[in-house]
Design a protein around this ligand. Structure first.
Ligand code: IMP
Ligand code: MG
Length: 178
């Protein structure tokens, strides 16, 4: 697989993001809401670089199969969410692609009457954006290529890779075989 972003680059960038977020959220009531399952790695690593008190929570959303996204058919499961009224929510996902997932989740979380909502992602594909929104915090802008690793999957494979890579057709074929 072609490595697009190395483990060292991710580590350094996440440290910077953590510093920025710590400054922006000092004296706030921060709740980081991770979007399962893609948030797995970035949540674990980013939380350890944030130096202000925070709560954690998870929501799950899926709209996505194989290499295709199907905007408009997002299924949200918020049964794991705690009380968010008055909290400053930072919604955290692996990637901002068409933007529909973050936009719909943000709209959904507004019903919980939080004090504020911002979005953070490790990766952002600006060329694919189909919404008016942009992530408030992002690690790296990437070209319009399908990527895996560091939480990002293809058919639930490759999440465990410690880097971001562009899979070869043979890798995708193997993943389809299960
Ligand atoms: P969006 O709603 O189009 O922004 O898509 C966001 C979701 O699609 C992410 O949470 C990912 O699960 C998935 N996704 C988008 N692009 C990729 C990719 O390049 N690799 C793996 N998953 C992706
Ligand atoms: Mg995914």
């Amino acid at each position: 697989m072609k490595i697009l972003i190395t483990q060292q680059q991710i580590e350094a960038r996440i440290k910077q993001l953590g510093e920025t977020i710590s400054q922006d959220y000092c004296n706030s009531s921060l709740t980081v809401v991770g979007v399962l399952s893609g948030c797995l790695m970035v949540m674990a690593d980013l939380l350890r670089t944030i130096e202000v008190p925070l709560n954690t929570a998870f929501v799950s959303a899926s709209s996505y199969q194989g290499t295709r996204t199907t905007p408009g058919e997002l299924s949200i499961n918020d049964s794991l969410l705690p009380q968010l009224c008055g909290r400053d929510i930072l919604l955290l996902d692996d990637i901002f692609d068409t933007g529909h997932t973050m936009q719909k989740l943000s709209d959904h979380l507004l019903r919980h009457d939080p004090a504020s909502i911002r979005t953070a992602v490790l990766l952002w594909k600006p060329a694919r954006n189909q919404t008016q929104a942009q992530p408030d915090y992002f690690g790296f802008q990437i070209p319009d290529e399908f990527v895996v690793g560091y939480g990002l999957d293809y058919n639930e494979r490759f999440r465990e890779l410690p880097f971001i890579a562009v899979p070869e057709p043979s890798d995708l074929h193997d993943a389809e075989q299960g």
